[in-house]
Design a binder for this molecule. Sequence first.
Ligand code: NAD
Length: 297
Amino acid sequence: MKVGFIGLGIMGRPMCKNLLKAGYEVTAFDPFAKAALDDVVSCGAVRGESNADVAAKSDVVILMVPNSPNVRDAVFGKEGVAEAKKKDLDIIDMSSIAPLQSKDIAEKCEASGMHMMDAPVSGGEPKAIDGTLSIMCGGPKVLFDRYRELLGHLGASVIHCGEVNGAGDTTKLANQVIVAANIAACAEAYELATMAGVDPVKVFDAIKGGLAGSTVMNAKVPMMLDRNFKPGFRIDLHIKDLNNALETGHGVGTPMILTSAVQEMLQWLHNNGCGSDDHSAILKYYERITGVEVKRQ
Ligand code: NAD
């Protein structure tokens, strides 16, 4: 099976390397990430010349780009995947995009003789490197079955969430709502403890094994305490996900109270120069109001 990989950012680069390690023949391309392309080529990837070139050399193309406009551009834009005119090419879109956009793009792919499955991921850069992501798939089960083994080299959990294109992206939105609210709750709680005069490190040690403990707390609170806001997952990407969640929630009629509150914090941080920080920098929203930093004492 010849694999194409498009989008070599924080996530795509290590994912591409894991497929190479697993022995797949991979052609890779990213028009804006030359160093990452050089890196994966040095690990054995074939250097793609364009998205269309990747498609021409592959049986299946994986996309790992920021949002739906980038997916549309990679597939249907200038020198895009569709220009290769490869009948029955499979596309696995692992980017996190709005479910309705995913469905629409999948329909356009079918109309052009290609087949698409959405397969967004959770776990961030560390799990992309380890190959232990959680992968949530939407679209025809026949595609899921065909690529279950390949995806197993990228993730520890690979679940088919539904036959409808976008089912994986809906699942990812649920994940992003929970992660955003959890980080904001951590930021609020550790600011409270610090201002009330308790060492936040002691708070972390005391509560991480209890009911409030979570994968989010274990990953993000140490970053807050170390004042390390290097992404990770950029605030601007989380704004994109919560916009998609709000749009979807409004469409189906679900109250999105917590999501809209955290979205306001993220938007404020974006407007104040923090859009490229890791989302653990939600803490800075509280700190700029109180003037008190949370850190190791
Ligand atoms: P990133 O911005 O680091 O990388 C995206 C890459 O896509 C960039 O290198 C960019 O050059 C490339 N790209 C954009 N448009 C393109 C096009 N038309 N053709 C080819 N390449 C194109 O983003 P990331 O952090 O790797 O995230 C990628 C996706 O994964 C996003 O949807 C994000 O929400 C999701 N995600 C990220 C994380 C994380 O922790 N970073 C975790 C889970 C899911």
